[in-house]
Design a binder for this molecule. Structure first.
Ligand code: CA2
Length: 146
């Protein structure tokens, strides 16, 4: 099974700014952590980070036919992007939404996600381990559909 990991805007800054909220782990560290989990689950993983909404939409569109599932942290686009929501909906590639922080404990504007309603499910608040859980969740979902 092939899984695409999408990291949204500013996640390339992880470990470099705001360590009180997002911790000191860098995006490279997270990708290494995902790779370990993927190996144990026998999954193939591709990684993509972009600060651009359009690039994320195009990546999701291009995953059709070559990717079995997506794990996405849409970051700030979670709370704004109808375009990413529509891309997930139109390609219909099963998608798990993940967040490092618990968005429901934070500011009001972060408590609404445009993505959740088109995702298989949401994992939020487990630090960078949210990605491991996201990978397990998409694997379990895809297996149950076979
Ligand atoms: O908790 C999450 O994973 C978020 O998706 C992270 C986003 C935030 O906008 C969402 O509400 C929740 C922010 C990612 C930006 O990460 C930074 C890392 C270091 C310094 C500044 C931002």
């Amino acid at each position: 099974m092939k899984i695409l990991i999408i990291h949204g805007p500013n996640l390339n800054m992880l470990g470099k700014r705001e360590p009180d909220i997002y911790g000191s782990t860098t995006l490279d560290d997270i990708n290494k952590q995902i790779e370990k989990e993927a190996k144990s689950l026998k999954l193939k993983v591709q990684y993509f980070q972009s600060n651009s909404e359009g690039e994320i939409v195009t990546k999701i569109q291009n995953s059709l036919g070559s990717i079995d599932g997506i794990v996405i942290n849409p970051a700030a686009y979670t709370h704004t992007s109808v375009a990413i929501r529509d891309a997930i909906l139109s390609t219909n590639v099963p998608t798990v939404e993940v967040h490092i922080s618990n968005i429901y404990k934070r500011e009001k504007f972060r408590q609404h996600s445009y993505i959740s309603a088109v995702a298989v499910g949401v994992i939020s608040g487990f630090g960078t381990y949210s990605y491991n859980l996201g990978l397990r969740a998409i694997e379990s979902h895809l297996k149950s559909k076979k």
